[in-house]
Design a protein. Structure first.
Length: 116
């Protein structure tokens, strides 16, 4: 699909999108690696009486890591918008959204005004 944004925004939007996708892929790989390592570590090192407690604690730790990772991804996207001047000329907020809303419609995700 062709973008309706002005040319000056296209390169910045593509750079932010590419970096966002790489970070999401790394988060998924880290999550899967943690889940794959979970079973052998639990069966080898946890005493039989406390396996459920350790499993719940480990899952809580992984969940917290995933939520922190997601939060950091969105914070980094926002920082890249400011760094690359990918901001709405009307309201000054970042134009990037992970859904690509601004590329399709040409409107700011925050104020809904036309950027083009």
């Amino acid at each position: 699909m062709r973008s309706v944004l002005p040319e000056r925004y296209l390169a910045a939007g593509q750079a932010i999108s590419k970096a966002h996708n790489v970070r999401v892929l790394l988060l998924i790989v880290a999550f899967l690696a943690a889940m794959i390592l979970w079973a052998p570590l639990l069966s080898r090192y946890a005493p039989l009486a406390h396996r459920e407690d350790l499993a719940i604690g480990y899952l809580c730790l992984i969940s917290a890591g995933v939520f922190i990772g997601i939060y950091r991804i969105f914070q980094r996207d926002k920082a890249m918008c400011y760094q690359l001047c990918y901001l709405c000329p009307n309201c000054g907020k970042p134009l990037y959204s992970s859904k690509g809303y601004e590329k399709i419609t040409g409107r700011c995700p925050a104020c809904q005004k036309t950027v083009a």
